[in-house]
Design a binder for this molecule. Sequence first.
Ligand SMILES: Nc1ncnc2c1ncn2[C@@H]1O[C@H](COP(=O)(O)OP(=O)(O)OP(=O)(O)O)[C@@H](O)[C@H]1O
Length: 199
Amino acid sequence: MLELRHIKKSFGQKLVLKNVSLLAKPGELVHISGINGSGKSTIFKIITGLLEADSGEIRLGENDVVGALIENPDFLEYESAMSNLHFLANLNKRFNEKIVRDLLRHFMLDPDDPEPIAKYSVGMRQKVGIIQAVMENQNVILFDEPTRGIDQESVSLFVALLKKLKQQNKIVVVASHDQINELKYDRLFILRQGILQEK
Ligand SMILES: Nc1ncnc2c1ncn2[C@@H]1O[C@H](COP(=O)(O)OP(=O)(O)OP(=O)(O)O)[C@@H](O)[C@H]1O
């Protein structure tokens, strides 16, 4: 379960989130749209604890683990994709080589590629960012502009991943200013002038 209750957040004088409430249940695919600068990333940063809300409440289920792709993910630039994913998962003692190899292959990346991630294209890095958000069996997953820079074939692979996560009863929240044509969400929200409204 993911619940946001009356979240409010300002940066200095600028009130970005006036009133953000959301209740998402297991198996729900949620979309948040909103123009550039409307506060979508800010909501995700508050959920993950990168930022603190000025007021309001966030509730997760007792055993919920959050996975997130927010803005441009940071990597150890001189290490391979596999080493980076190994490193990130190990921080939580949750590295599962088979899962990571399968996810890399799913996104047409070579698990044995020795190239440092610095040499990866924007889209390849984005795919590694998507993988780190789900590779530890996280069950509340936040994707901020997940299809940025990735080709149409990879968008379809991403949609297939979302459908699988839904089948696994996970909560997935995608924030983007555009829609993915081939994807049907369970819940559609719009963030406008600091207020999150269900469409
Ligand atoms: N750390 C910060 N300090 C000051 N202002 C900030 C900070 N983070 C975000 N903002 C401001 O808050 C507003 C919302 O930013 P946010 O990145 O959440 O928007 P967004 O909806 O994710 O935008 P985009 O679609 O362009 O990614 C913007 O006006 C931004 O300038």
